[in-house]
Design a protein around this ligand. Structure first.
Ligand code: BG6
Length: 479
C-alpha cells in the first residue's frame, strides 16, 4: 500500500547512529522542505527523558555532527520531535508508546536501530500494542544477524508481523549517490554495456579502505570482524550492482531480482582465495595509532582486514575474478571500483616500438566522487624513434560536473525513501540470505583451515599476502 508516513518512530533514538546520522539527516531534509509538514518523529530508548529533554539531546547532536553551514533554524525541527522511554524487552511500555504515536493520518514508519537481540521482543511489543497494521512499515538497521541461521531468525520474527513489501532493510551504501550513479553509468550509456562481460573485462577490484580503527565499538566489532561488518553487506551489494544484468525498470522488484541472481551465482571461495589480517600499531597521516589488541585490551583472533578473490559463475562473468578487499587502519579512506579491461586483440603499433596498457575504468565512490577512464593516446612528437603511447585519464569529477547540487549523505535519501515507501534501495530478504550463505561458507573454510589473521602495520595496505593474492594472477591492486 502506498502512503507517505506522517509518523516516524525511531528505536535506538539516543544511540550513536541516531546522533551521527539519523537526526542530522532528518534535520537536513526538513530544512530543505522535503518532509511533510505534519510528519512527527517519535524517539524511543531505554533512557528516561521527557520530550523537551530529548529535544535538547537532539539539538546537541545536530550541533556536534552537522557542519555549521547546514545547521540553520532548529526550532521547527524540534517541534516535530517527541520521546517515549521504553524497555523494549518487556511488553509493558508498548501501550504508552502507541499512545505517544497517536493515530497517524496516513501511516507510520518504524526504524529499528537497536541490537538485533531486541528485534524479536520489539516486534512482539509492537504487535501487542497494535503498531503493525497495514499502514505501518518496518525499517531494520544492520547487523541483521551474525550468520545465515540468526539472520533467518530475525527475518522470520519480522515476517511474523510485516509482509516483505513493508520491510525495509538498510544497507547505507545503497544510499550513496555514487553507488546509484553506477547504475546510470552502466545503463544510461551505450558504450559500456557491450563491453561489460568476460570477453572484454579482465578483472574487477572493489576496495573499501578505512583509516579508522575500532572507534569505541569494541564489543560489536570484535564479534563481527571485517567480513561480517563490511563484506557481507556493503561490498557484496557493490559487487551485485557491478555484475547484475540490466533490470527492465528502475524499481524495487526488477533491481532486486537482478542483484539476487548475482549473489546466488557467487562461487564458493576456495582455500587460499582469502587473506585475513589484523592491524598492529603504526602511523596514519603522520599520527601514531595503537594496535587492535591494544585498543581492545586483549588479544583477539578477529580480522580487521580481508581480501577475497571472488567469482560470479554465470555466462557473463565466466573466468573474471572479482578481487575484494576491505580493512581498518589502512593508509587512506577510499571506496572504489576498478574495471580492468582486456588488452586490444592486436597492436598495430607494436612494430613501431609502442607499448600499450589496457583501458581501465575507476569509479571513485568516496571520499572523492569521480569516474576515470584511462585511454591510450599518442605522445605528441615526430616519432622518428618510434611511436610513443601513453595512458591518460578521462576524468569526470562529480562535484565539478554538478557544482550547484547539494551532496546528500546516504541516510537522507534512505530515510526519505522509507517515509515515502520506495524499497528500491533497500535489501530484500533473499539478498541478505544469499549474502550470508556465501560468507558463512568462507568463515567455515577459515575454521576448517585453522586460518588466523596475519598482522599488518597500521597505515599499510594490509598483510603482504593480500598483495600476493592478486599478484600471482598478474594483477596489481589499484592504489
Ligand atoms: C558500517 C560499518 O556499516 O560502515 C563500519 O559497521 C564502517 O565499521 C562503516 O566504518 C563505513 O561506512 P562509510 O559510509 O563511512 O564508508
Amino acid at each position: 500500500m502506498s502512503f507517505t508516513a506522517d509518523r516516524l518512530l525511531l528505536f535506538g533514538a539516543t544511540g550513536d547512529l541516531a546522533q551521527r546520522m539519523l537526526l542530522p539527516s532528518l534535520f537536513a531534509l526538513d530544512a530543505d522542505g522535503l518532509l511533510a509538514p505534519d510528519l512527527k518523529i517519535i524517539g524511543t530508548a531505554r533512557s528516561a527523558m521527557s520530550d523537551s529533554e530529548y529535544r535538547n539531546f537532539a539539538r546537541a547532536a545536530l550541533e556536534k555532527y552537522l557542519p555549521p553551514e547546514r545547521r540553520g533554524r532548529m526550532a521547527e525541527f524540534m517541534n516535530r520531535l517527541a520521546y517515549q522511554t521504553l524497555d523494549a524487552t518487556t511488553l509493558e511500555g508498548y501501550d504508552a508508546l502507541a499512545t505517544k504515536v497517536g493515530h497517524p493520518a496516513r501511516g507510520l514508519a518504524i526504524f529499528l536501530s537497536t541490537a538485533p537481540s531486541l528485534f524479536g521482543p520489539t516486534i512482539k511489543g509492537l504487535q501487542s500494542a497494535g503498531l503493525t497494521g497495514e499502514t505501518v512499515r518496518m525499517c531494520l538497521e544492520k547487523p541483521l544477524g551474525t550468520d545465515l541461521a540468526s539472520s533467518r531468525e530475525i527475518n522470520d520474527a519480522v515476517a511474523g508481523a510485516f509482509p516483505e513489501s513493508r520491510i525495509f532493510r538498510i544497507d547505507h551504501y545503497l544510499g550513496k549517490e555514487t553507488v546509484q550513479n553506477l547504475l546510470a553509468l552502466r545503463f544510461a550509456n551505450l558504450m559500456f554495456e557491450p563491453l561489460w562481460n568476460a570477453a572484454h573485462i579482465d578483472h574487477v577490484q572493489i576496495t573499501v579502505a578505512e583509516t579508522v580503527g575500532l572507534e569505541g565499538r569494541v564489543a560489536f566489532y570484535d564479534d563481527a570482524g571485517a567480513i561480517r561488518d563490511m563484506v557481507q553487506n556493503h561490498m557484496l551489494q557493490l559487487l551485485a550492482l557491478v555484475a547484475m544484468e540490466p533490470p527492465a525498470h528502475f524499481d524495487a522488484t526488477a533491481v532486486r531480482d537482478e542483484k539476487v541472481k548475482v549473489l546466488r551465482a557467487l562461487r564458493k571461495v576456495a582455500s587460499g582465495e582469502t587473506v585475513t589480517g589484523q592491524y598492529r600499531a603504526g602511523a596514519i597521516g603522520g599520527s601514531a595509532v595503537p594496535g587492535y589488541d591494544e585498543e581492545l585490551g586483549k588479544p583477539s583472533g578477529t580480522e580487521t582486514f580481508v581480501a577475497i578473490k571472488a567469482h560470479v559463475d554465470n555466462w557473463r562473468w565466466k573466468g573474471v575474478p572479482f578481487y575484494l578487499r576491505t580493512g581498518k587502519r589502512l593508509p587512506k579512506r577510499v571506496t572504489e571500483i576498478v574495471i580492468q579491461f582486456r588488452p586490444v586483440p592486436h597492436s598495430i603499433f607494436a612494430g613501431k616500438g609502442a607499448t600499450m596498457q589496457p583501458n581501465r575504468l575507476v569509479i571513485g565512490i568516496q571520499p572523492e566522487e569521480n569516474i576515470t577512464l584511462s585511454l591510450m593516446t599518442k605522445v605528441p612528437g615526430l616519432d622518428r624513434e618510434g611511436i610513443r603511447l601513453r595512458s591518460v585519464p578521462l576524468n569526470i569529477a562529480m562535484p565539478d560536473a554538478f557544482s550547484g547540487a547539494v551532496r546528500r549523505i546516504a541516510y537522507e535519501r534512505l530515510l526519505l525513501d522509507l517515509v515515502e515507501g520506495d524499497q528500491t534501495l533497500f535489501v530484500r530478504r533473499d539478498e541478505v540470505e544469499a549474502q550470508w550463505e556465501w560468507v558463512d561458507a568462507i568463515r567455515g573454510q577459515w575454521a576448517a583451515d585453522g586460518l588466523t589473521p596475519k598482522t599488518y602495520t597500521s597505515g599499510s595496505w594490509g598483510p603482504s599476502a593480500a598483495i600476493a593474492l592478486a599478484e600471482r594472477d598478474g594483477v596489481t591492486w589499484h592504489e
